[in-house]
Design a protein around this ligand. Structure first.
Ligand SMILES: *Cc1c(COP(=O)(O)O)cnc(C)c1O
Length: 387
């Protein structure tokens, strides 16, 4: 189906941060398959783990115990301070689990029409539930009726949330991305996250964090909420978890414990032996290769280099982000930069027409980081000069 506007290019193979197209041209992958490949391409230990597990056992279903899934769940809980995990196959699915948990949590309290507060600019996925939680008219147009049970609030506005709580009956949860990715790298200050946590504590609401894009080391901590003092009740993750092996997870703790019971939710594929082996191998490499430290280091270098080089360009509004999740906001539409960068051997995206997004693999080294800074600075300068 023509559901994608694809660029006229296909890749044949990859190595590290590099991708090689079918014509033999080389590209620096500063997007990682949309925040999916923290280890880059053709990572030896990850490839080995996939091969070895696929020679042993790939899938058995959740009818039976899956020791590797239990091991991976324990690992994720240790990384996050959460208590239990449901394994799914994508970010959308992880968020569907979170939405179902919030509704059941409400029904268990006798609330027959539970409502979840969600944010302006949110992206939570494209299934009917997660699409209804998303805030993007382009994605939603033509798909009414959307699901009810969501109340929209502006991002980073504590008073607006307090007003929501007064004006709406049956609020059971607040759901948000700690740094919005799809809508252009919009971070929540830690003070805001901490205020939400205290509102949730006071009103017995679930704090649901969507760390599908921010998780798995990308921002320099395993999960980006760990830059603050909060602990969510529900945490979803997916993108970087399997370095390209499709998987997602919904983690619970706090007030969300004991909500879901046998029969309430399920997945045929989720948490298979192969998926779990892939996830464990990614986690191992993140620690063995100190990739969170590297994300912090390279992210700071990118911020410093890009801010320095672009400071005098009036059309550059802001360079922002955390770790290796960065945005350069222009005051003019700049989607054309994606093609111009690709012609120079650099893969980027532009979000909301005006924000250049960078999500390079966490294995990126100093020289590769410098190459992104140099290429992008020159491109943006020329692009803005020409306008
Ligand atoms: C990508 C993304 C999703 C959806 O994940 P899929 O794996 O595409 O289903 C949900 N939330 C956030 C924050 C995302 O970035």
């Amino acid at each position: 189906m023509p559901t994608y506007n694809r660029y006229p290019i296909a890749f044949d193979h990859g190595e590290g941060v590099w991708l090689y197209d079918t014509e033999g041209n080389k590209y620096l992958d500063a997007i990682s398959g949309i925040a999916v490949c923290p280890l880059g391409h053709k990572h030896p230990a990850f490839t080995k783990a996939l091969i070895e597990q696929s020679q042993k056992l790939i899938h058995t279903s959740n009818l039976y115990n899956i020791p590797l899934q239990e091991k991976f769940a324990a690992t994720l809980c240790q990384e996050s301070g959460m208590q239990e995990v449901f394994f799914a196959n994508s970010g959308t699915e992880a968020n569907e689990a979170a939405i179902k948990i919030a509704r059941l949590y409400g029904h268990n309290k006798g609330i027959s029409l539970p409502q979840i507060i969600v944010m302006e600019g949110a992206f939570h996925g494209r299934s009917m539930g997660s699409l209804s939680a998303t805030h993007n008219s382009k994605h939603q147009e033509g798909f009414a009726p959307l699901l009810e049970g969501f109340v929209r609030a502006p991002l980073n506005d504590v008073a607006a949330i307090e007003k929501c709580l007064v004006e709406n009956a049956g609020i059971v949860a607040i759901m948000l991305e700690p740094i919005q990715g799809e809508s252009g790298i919009n971070p929540c200050p830690t003070s805001y996250l901490e205020a939400l946590q205290s509102l949730c504590d006071k009103n017995n609401l679930l704090l649901i964090l969507d760390e599908v894009q921010t998780g798995n080391g990308r921002t320099g901590k395993y999960f980006s909420f760990q830059h603050s003092l909060i602990q969510p009740d529900v945490l979803t993750t997916a993108k970087g978890m399997g370095n390209g092996f499709p998987m997602g997870a919904c983690l619970i703790g706090g007030r969300a414990i004991a909500v879901m019971q046998a029969g309430h939710h399920g997945s045929t594929f989720g948490g298979s032996p192969l998926a779990s082996a892939a996830g464990l191998a990614v986690n191992q490499a993140i620690h063995d290769e100190k990739l969170m430290q590297n994300a912090t280091l390279q992210g700071e270098a990118l911020l410093k280099g890009l801010r320095g080089n672009l400071a005098d360009i009036t059309a550059v509004k802001e360079v922002r982000g955390l770790g290796l999740m960065l945005g350069i906001e222009l005051s003019i539409p700049c989607s054309e930069l994606v093609n111009l960068a690709r012609d120079k051997g650099l893969l980027i995206t532009v979000q909301m027409d005006k924000v250049v997004r960078l999500l390079p693999p966490l294995i990126i080294n100093d020289a590769e980081t410098q190459q992104i800074i140099d290429t992008l600075s020159q491109l943006i300068r020329k692009f803005c000069d020409d306008r």
